[in-house]
Write a new protein. Structure first.
Lengths: 116, 112
């Protein structure tokens, strides 16, 4: 059974940093692009970043470029999102998803709240 | 960016009646590999998104056959042939052809 379990969310002050993790199981992790999608409270879904299988290619939405870094550890079957210079508008549930042109599995999400 | 525009944004439906959601892209979603990467997701209250349809019309395993997707190029539709109580939630279209990936605003389906 495919499982994606996010962790690392929490309350952080504006300008602060946070590192999200996603533990993957039930499939061959190295075979798949992986993606982060977020959802601000009461709002719609927004694609954040994607990373290719070997980690060589990375893609970001403009609003997080230069602040967020997506990475993966294929030996640990894990996906990460390093978030720096956080802003109030980054407050959202962050979902880990499998895929690049489509997302066939999503985790339950981890809540990031940016507030003083 | 490929802007995805859904309509309507709110859809009250009577149980057992059909429902239809439109999704229009500002750009053709035909990829250079020939595929059209248009997906539909369902998000029930308090849950994470669940994929229903991929590549326009392919239904995911376990998705009831009352859900169907159609369309081409820039215009796409999700249809529910007979709405059931468990279909309440928000439905999103999403394109996976162009960078950045983009979602529609979401359509909230509720029971009248």
């Amino acid at each position: 059974e495919v499982q994606l379990v996010e962790s690392g969310g929490g309350l952080v002050q504006p300008g602060g940093s946070l590192r999200l993790s996603c533990a993957a199981s039930g499939f061959t992790f190295i075979n798949y692009y992986m993606t982060w999608v977020r959802q601000a409270p009461g709002k719609g879904l927004e694609w954040v970043a994607s990373i290719k299988q070997a980690g060589s290619d990375k893609y970001y939405v403009d609003s997080v470029k230069g602040r967020f870094t997506i990475s993966r550890d294929n030996a640990r079957n894990s996906l990460y999102l390093q978030m720096n210079s956080l802003r109030a508008e980054d407050t959202a549930i962050y979902y880990c998803a499998r895929g690049v042109t489509t997302y066939d599995y999503c985790g339950q999400g981890t809540l990031v709240t940016v507030s003083s | 960016d490929a802007v995805m525009t859904q309509s309507p944004l709110s859809l009250p439906v009577t149980l057992g009646q059909p429902a239809s959601i439109s999704c229009r892209s500002s750009q053709s979603l035909v990829h250079s590999d020939g595929n059209t990467y248009l997906n539909w997701f369902q998000q029930r209250p308090g849950q994470s998104p669940r994929r229903l349809i991929y590549k326009v019309s392919n239904r995911d395993s376990g998705v009831p056959d009352r859900f169907s997707g159609s369309g081409s190029g820039t215009d796409f539709t999700l249809k529910i042939s007979r709405v059931e109580a468990e279909d309440v939630g928000v439905y999103y279209c999403m394109q996976g052809t162009h960078w950045p990936r983009t979602f529609g605003q979401g359509t909230k389906v509720e029971i009248k």
